[in-house]
Write a protein that binds this ligand. Structure first.
Ligand code: SF4
Length: 376
């Protein structure tokens, strides 16, 4: 029976390949369970069901408490995209192969390296691997995405028994971020990466060898809050060297902004971790204690409050308010909401915030900002 636990999981490949000893370090920690992950699993199960149904494969509709309208809409968007790709494959190939939630094995490169690809399409000319990500966090790009490259290697070794694919196409679909990224690689180039990068670095990771290296890949590392290499990296950030003049120049202030943003996020993570340990496990941190935060008064029972107030002659104790836009839209349905209330809904200008250029929101220049303020 194949093992169900991948020591070198493709979903952690970005971290393993940048910081090989993270694998053995993380093995000291328990698995983290999060509601986000459980919601993602439920979303994937629904996507699998809908695609199998479209392919006329046996399937049963999954049941989960996580199925909100919003999640099902996100899943639908992904399923529509996949359906388009299925039809395209049928158009260009007489006998394409479609597999949903396919176990993909790349253990010929790294022992214990296997995972599940959400959607695999194999035609006589190309392989297409599509990955659904339901997070609302950061955009992920397909270009040189190690997780998908590993899936590509696993699928390639099977597909080449059947066809002679000329292209491996990798897609990441993030419906909640309105983001879809596709990248293509030549099969020979992919195998070369497998031999020259994945195989040797994977072997190091399994042995706990190599250097710790902190970076964006630390985000989901189980050791992230206690990792010395990561702490040292952040503390290095704080040691800025300034030039002589009394006032900081623009470049230096921009550098402080960049570093302080990363430092603040790291400090918040460590604080949240330490607080959870204290609250959940009774951990004592030197120089710190648990206290109760400020709280507000609450009614113990609304029914009893109403009865007591009315019994004493107070009747003007309720207030009526309009339901929110989201609830109204759910009540009327999107089209009706737009028809009836569209003219009465507007979006006020958001509070201006200074963010890095890499942020994908549209830039507000000084002229447009002051013009908009004057209009208000
Ligand atoms: S937190 Fe970052 S540097 Fe530390 S082990 Fe994990 S991936 Fe490596």
């Amino acid at each position: 029976m194949p093992s169900t636990h991948a020591r070198f999981s493709p979903s952690a490949a970005n971290r393993r390949l940048h910081c090989p000893p993270s694998l053995t370090l993380e093995e000291q920690f328990q698995d983290e369970e999060s509601a986000y992950a459980a919601e993602g699993t439920a979303g994937h199960a629904m996507a699998e069901h809908l695609i199998k149904k479209y392919l006329k494969q046996r399937t049963r509709r999954p049941v989960s408490d996580y199925y909100s309208d919003e999640l099902l809409e996100a899943v639908d968007e992904y399923v529509s995209f996949v359906q388009g790709e299925i039809e395209e494959a049928r158009r260009v190939c007489k006998d394409p192969v479609f597999t949903v939630e396919q176990r993909v094995d790349a253990s010929e490169y790294v022992e214990g390296c296997f995972g599940t690809a959400d959607m695999v399409i194999v035609t006589d000319n190309y392989i297409h691997i599509i990955d659904l990500k339901l997070g609302r966090g950061v955009q992920v790009f397909a270009d040189h995405n190690e997780q998908l490259m590993i899936y590509g290697l696993g699928v390639l070794s099977k597909a080449e028994l059947l066809y002679d694919p000329k292209v491996v196409r990798l897609t990441i679909f993030q419906p909640r971020l309105n983001h879809c990224s596709t990248w293509e690689i030549d099969p020979a180039e992919l195998k070369q990466w497998g031999e020259e990068v994945l195989r040797p670095t994977g072997a190091m990771a399994l042995m706990g060898a190599g250097e710790f290296a902190a970076g964006s890949w630390c985000r989901f590392c189980k050791a992230r809050n206690q990792c010395r290499a990561r702490a040292e990296e952040f503390l290095k950030l704080a040691q800025m060297e300034f030039r002589k003049p009394a006032l900081l120049d623009d470049e230096e202030i921009a550098e402080v902004l960049r570093r302080s943003d990363e430092l603040a996020k790291w400090a918040a993570d460590v604080y949240a971790f330490a607080q959870d340990e204290a609250i959940i496990h009774g951990k004592q941190w030197p120089g710190y204690k648990l206290v109760e935060g400020r709280s507000v008064r609450k009614y113990s029972s609304e029914d009893e409050v109403v009865a007591a107030a009315q019994a004493n002659g107070y009747t003007d104790i309720f207030k009526k308010s309009l339901i929110g836009i989201g609830d109204m839209e759910r009540l009327m349905g999107k089209a009706e909401f737009q028809r009836i209330l569209g003219p009465y809904v507007y979006k006020p200008q958001g509070k201006l915030t200074l963010v890095p250029k890499s942020d994908n929101r549209q830039e507000v220049t000084k002229d447009t900002a002051s013009a908009e303020f004057q209009e208000v």
